[in-house]
Design a protein around this ligand. Structure first.
Ligand code: ZN
Length: 133
């Protein structure tokens, strides 16, 4: 069901500041910055081999990323695992009693479909990603 680690999401106060470590220091390339308005978040995608680092900056003091940083500070926010069929994966997990935040896929960055599992069972926020066409 799981194909690979698609990306690791890191909550930061400022993408402009945080991206310097990955580009200037670690020598990776910034692929793009995208605002997801309904999630009140700005993302920066930095490919690392077959996976990516996703920097997340809140666009609103009430956004989930702002709230997360307020509680736990900047750092790893979620682990994103890639699946080939997201709805099938969600149905399979629900049948096994895994608590889901999203029972239906929603739209993510780069034309992906995404859904989050509930962290109460997994101890870590896990995102499932189905790549775009
Ligand atoms: Zn993500």
């Amino acid at each position: 069901m799981i194909k690979k680690i698609n990306h690791i999401g890191i909550a930061v106060n400022s993408i402009e500041e945080a991206v310097k470590l990955y580009t200037d220091v670690l020598g990776l390339k910034l692929k793009g910055v995208e605002v997801v308005a309904d999630q009140k978040v700005k993302t920066a995608i930095i490919p690392v081999g077959e996976s990516k680092i996703e920097l997340l900056e809140s666009t609103d003091p009430d956004g989930v990323i702002a709230k997360y940083i307020e509680r736990r500070g900047e750092g790893i926010h979620h682990l994103a695992l890639e699946v080939s069929n997201l709805q099938d994966a969600l149905d399979t997990l629900a049948k096994q009693g895994v608590a889901l935040i999203d029972e239906k896929p929603r739209n993510g960055v780069e034309d992906t479909k995404i859904a989050f599992l509930h962290p109460k069972g997994t101890k870590l926020l896990i995102e499932l990603v189905e790549p775009g066409e």
